[in-house]
Each structure stands twice: as C-alpha cells, then as structure tokens.
Design a protein around this ligand. Sequence first.
Ligand SMILES: Cc1ncc(COP(=O)(O)O)c(C=O)c1O
Length: 391
Amino acid sequence: MSDKNKPKGPHTRLVHSARSAKGMSKDLVNPPIERASTILFERAEDLYAHKPDQRYYGRKGTASQDALRAAIADLEGAADVVLTPSGLSACTMALQAVCEPGQHVLVSDSVYGPTRAFCDEVLAKNGIAIEYFDPRAGAALQSQLRDNTCAIFLESPGSLTLEINDLPAIAKLARARGITTLIDNTWGAGWFLKPLEMGIDYSIQAATKYYTGHSDVMMGAIAARNEKCAKPMADYARLSGITVSPDDAYLVLRGMRTMGVRMEHQQQSALRIAQWLSGREEIAQVLHPALPEHPDHALWKRDFSGACGLFSIILKPVSPEKVYGFLDNLNLFGIGYSWGGFESLVIHCDPQIKRTASPWHAAGPLVRFSIGLEDTDDLIADIEGALGALS
Ligand SMILES: Cc1ncc(COP(=O)(O)O)c(C=O)c1O
C-alpha cells in the first residue's frame, strides 16, 4: 500500500491542492461556481453569531474563491490568502493595509511602474513618506531605515530590468526592527521562488499572469506568512469590500493546475532564446538572471529554483524607429503589455523605466519578451527574421 503521508512533489501538490477546501464536492475535481450575493440562514439567531465557518454574504466568497485561496496558500506556504481584482490592486491594497500616515516606506527602484505611481501619487499624498532604494542594495539597505519605517516593498526580479533583491538579507534586517516586508512575486509565481520561507511577510501575485496562464482574467493575490500577518489583509479586504467573482476564481484555479508544466516549458524555451540572443551582434546585453553573466546570477541561483519566461534584452544603440521596426516585423510575438500567458509577447520599455535611487544607464533600448508555449525554434526563427530591421 502506498504511503499517504509521504511528501509529494510540487507538480503533484499543485494538481491535488485544495481538493478538500470548503465547498468542494466529493466527486468533482473542480469547485462548483456558486454565484451569490444572498446567502440564506436557517435561523434568525445565526445572523450575527459570526461562526467562523458560516457563509454570510457573497462578498466573502463561495466555493471557487475558497478553493483558489487554499491552492495559493499551499503553493506559497502561506497561512492565508486574500484575493483582489487585479495584480495592481493586490500591491496597492497590501501597502495600504500595513502603512499609516506619518510612516516611511522603502520601495525597490525597479518596481512595476503602476505600483510606483500608486506610492508617489496616493500614499505620498496621504502622508506616507516614500523612498526608493537600489534593487541591489541588500544588507546595505540598513542605512536607509528610519525610526518610522513601516514597510519594505520588493519586486524580485524587477519585471523590466531584472535585478534580484537579496531577500534573506532584507528580511533579516527588517525583522530585527519589526518592519513589514512585501514582495511582488509574480516572476517567481510561488513556483520558482518561496519568499515566505525566507522570512518575507507577504508574497503578492499578479495572478493575471502565470496563475491564469491564458490571458483572459485579471486577478491578484496576497499570501501571508503567518496568522498574525494574515489578519490585517483579511481585515482590510473585509472593511473595504475587496472581492473577486466566483467565475474568475474558477478560471484562475483551472489555470493553476497546469502552471507547473507551462512554467517548466517556458523556462526552457526562454533560456534557449536568451542564450541564442547573447550571441547576436545586434544585442548589447541579455538580462536573464539564469545566465551566468547576469550580475545577480549568484543570488538567483541561491534563492530561486528556476526562471519564468520573462526576460529583457538591451539592443546596441539604434533609433526608436528601428526598434519599432524590429517589433513590427515579429509575427509570432504580439505587441502588448502583460506576460505569463500561453502566447509570446514583446514590448519596448524605455518610456516605462522610471528610476530615482539607482539611475538606469543602458547601452541602448530595452526590449522585453514574454515567452509563450510556441515551439522554441519557431520563436528563434521569428526573432532572427525581425532583427534585420535593426541594421
Ligand atoms: C510585476 C507586475 N506586478 C503587478 C502587475 C499588475 O498586475 P495586473 O495587470 O493584474 O493588475 C503587473 C502587470 O503587468 C506586473 O508586471
């Protein structure tokens, strides 16, 4: 007889997680989609009893949201998970939940642009001091801590410029001072990076990307390291009315079931394309942390178990028109924001790069690829054909 308690591999866990979550039926492998605002109570006295397992209103979620939360908690090793309507709202809600006016927040300089805009245009206006730090600061971040520092917001690697934050070093110095640490972990997806195991308090996902995997749902998730961290997020979501639809939760969970195999394929394909691009004369630098020449390769090797399909290249200096020509000549890569879907995408990024703590000095324009599930040879041939536009 097989040993039920034997530890299971990550693919097995991803496929089997949440099967016994609240509301799952015994004979279906997927949760029911329960559309509900109203939830009926049998007795009037139950209305205000606040029993932990009592469902009382649709906003709190039904079976598919509960199952998705359980699956993400299992993947990230989290005590609890809050779902939000987009990845950006997960970042912004998490920050709002842990910071108060008069406090100081440190933000990695290579953070996703809209997260940065929220810090500058919303948090700062609400009396929270925002300060950026060099993504490569590591333990040297100590020098930027203030008495009123309440949180450090990380993103590793940065989704355009791919610098890796030294998570264990930053978690250590933050915990010594009771400072909350949060990471946008969309690149590692909880699959290749487990920040909560390194002492980071919150792992945030744009579930829109690899979790969903099919470019058809927007969602975010905030996974909390322990019960103490979980409470402010659950409270904030409850008090502010943040919720997601049961249909969307169903789709994200369905996407997650195949995320492991998708990411393994995308990892291999992206790495091969990155290696091939490294040898091309049109390219000044390939920004992919799994390449030994990447400045943060040692950190990536220490902390990550793999790499997703998102990486960037720096072209040798060329005019913007030539860069547009290169992108327009690609047939298999769609030109569009987002990443982590089944289809390959490309964007040129210079207008998006905003830095203050660690100025960005690149040899030429930055182009970012999200590698999808197409055949790698076809993608390489497509890029090779389009590179002619640069000469
Ligand atoms: C690193 C990163 N974080 C967060 C987000 C926001 O996710 P969403 O588009 O679901 O709001 C994105 C979107 O591109 C992203 O690239």
